[in-house]
Design a protein around this ligand. Structure first.
Ligand SMILES: [Fe+2]
Ligand SMILES: [Fe+2]
Length: 198
């Protein structure tokens, strides 16, 4: 199969590889934050739920890595450094405030994951890639809905002032990270095009 065809339609391989790499980097950013949040949370039920969701993210990272390799690409091993540190910092800064503050940092990351996967899931990809991204998008929607609900149970629901501030924070924080990651994705794609064999 030529590298411009993966199925019936001709596809833009560097663009597909850059999208997959962007999602894999998002997963690479997310995994250390889960470990920080799991060790910092006090409630064992919250910890347990995050362990289950961390397994989802590990599977996402494995499946994206396999697909990038299948398409002849090289999976990125590093996270998006600037936003990775930013997001980790949000988690660390939340530590003294108890479970509610940790979940506040967590919900902003899950919001960004949900939004980013949903945007990619709406693109016209080859079937196998569309199925994978669609299933990851569904997992991220579950994670975000759970985190929002858990905050509500801790008195931080969307109807409360703190809850509204949390959601505003999540959107602002997630959007800033998206802009930085968008720049990273565009330069990755440019490199993939330049280094592509004719
Ligand atoms: Fe994920
Ligand atoms: Fe998630």
């Amino acid at each position: 199969m030529s590298d411009t065809e993966t199925g019936t339609k001709a596809v833009d391989l560097p663009a597909l590889q850059a999208d997959l790499a962007d999602l894999l980097q998002l997963e690479n950013d997310t995994l250390p934050m889960y470990s920080v949040a799991i060790s910092a949370l006090r409630d064992p039920l919250l910890k347990e739920r995050l362990r289950v969701y961390r397994e989802d993210h590990e599977r996402h990272a494995r499946d994206l890595t396999a697909l990038i390799r299948e398409m002849g690409g090289v999976p990125p091993v590093l996270p998006h450094l600037p936003t990775g540190l930013l997001k980790l910092g949000v988690q660390m800064a939340g530590l003294p405030g108890g479970d509610r503050t940790i979940l506040l940092g967590f919900v902003s990351n899950e919001w960004q994951s949900r939004e980013k996967y949903a945007r990619y899931a709406a693109k016209p990809y080859p079937p196998a890639m569309a199925a994978l991204i669609g299933s990851h998008a569904a997992d991220e929607a579950v994670h975000y809905a759970w985190a929002t609900e858990a905050l509500r149970a801790l008195g931080c629901g969307e109807e409360t002032l703190t809850g509204q501030a949390t959601q505003a924070f999540a959107r602002m924080h997630g959007s800033v990270a998206d802009v930085i990651e968008g720049i990273g994705r565009a330069s990755n794609e440019a490199v993939l095009r330049l280094t592509r064999r004719p």
